[in-house]
Design a protein around this ligand. Sequence first.
Ligand code: HEM
Length: 405
Amino acid sequence: MTRPTFNPFDPAFRANPYPFYQALREQDPVHSTPLGSIILTRYEDVSATLRSNDFSRDIEATANEPTDPLWIAKRERRKGRDGAKTILNLDPPDHTRLRRLVSKAFTPTAIDRLRPRIQQLVDDVLDQASDNGGMELVDEMAFPIPFQVISDLLAMPTDRSDEMREWGQLITLALEPTSTLEDLDRTDEAFSQLIPYLFEIIEDRRRHPGDDLLSALIAVEDDGDNLALDELISFVVLLYIAGHETTVNLIGNSINALLRFPEQLALWHNNPSIATRAVDELLRFDGPVQQTVRVPIVPVTYQSLHGPVTVEPGTIVTTLLGAGNHDPAMFADPHILKLDRANSNRHLAFAGGIHYCLGASLAKLEAEIAVGSMVARFPNMHALGDITWRDRLTIRGVDHLQLEF
Ligand code: HEM
């Protein structure tokens, strides 16, 4: 039997990765790539890897030196970049220290206090769209709502939102496994504009603190050696970008999924109380983050179809979250959207273990209010023209979706 390949450059894969994930899972669930990395597609393997202490998330420090010239160049570029690592790339104890500083601001109870403000923002957008008979989903709803909410939390000005949106897109380009050196030039250029902008805001906030998350983080920094200035800046960049770059895609992908399964849209419209479960199912069905990576620090053994496969320390292991979320061993009829699915909250869209998404409650609340309000008010909405997708692998999202109500 020929083994399936994992070719992220194939346009068909980018348009719809799920059949490719399925082929890999069925034929070679612990897949070795020509570059020496491992790709996991089974729910159990992905979930166990994310939760295991035998892996590091600090790829720069723990992964083997690459052999491919492009990857060698990319790694050198990343090493040469100034600034601290973010919590996303740190292992304990630094990870534990940084995460503790912000986790209180992101608990479900703390986040639920934002509900009236988010509902008001969404209602304003929908009132306007109702007058216009429709809207372009991404520009009018999916981007502005999460962007305003994270800006509120950090008390950031929103007058440069167009630039911020572009910087966010360029910075997340570096997360793509297919990124080129030219892409990394564009990422560096975006950082070189964003960092001085944030620095100015931080200095101003230091002089005029308020009741916001940024002021709270600055107070920790001022307090001693708990949070260094470069850590603070990296943290703010991560919160700010993760706060809108991903949720925009959850709103876009969710509306796209509901348009493909109109009976599910009707189900939500008729049963508003399923909102929380519905959002979990939408995250499972077509999540905004499709993959992440880990590096084993001890030999780790997986069961493949033909026996055990031992993965040596230093190997990059890609955990395909989207593939785990479509594993029939965990989710019956995985390619069908079922908003009342009993176990949808077991999805891997926010990863798992110590790096489980810090903003999960916020992202879910935003989607519940934005998508739920659209379903409540415009159950007959439909797409006008073609939907376009962002040409990305790690982050998957609708780029443009014109709706008519
Ligand atoms: C639907 C929207 C979102 C999705 C799908 C998502 C997905 C993820 C995933 C998969 C990870 C873990 C990556 C890994 O383990 O390698 C993660 C981590 C993280 N996310 Fe999110 N995210 C979303 C929204 C947000 C929001 C709104 C915020 C902040 C306001 C946020 C902040 C973070 C942070 C700070 C981390 C790092 C946590 C750590 O390393 O301990 N995310 N996110």
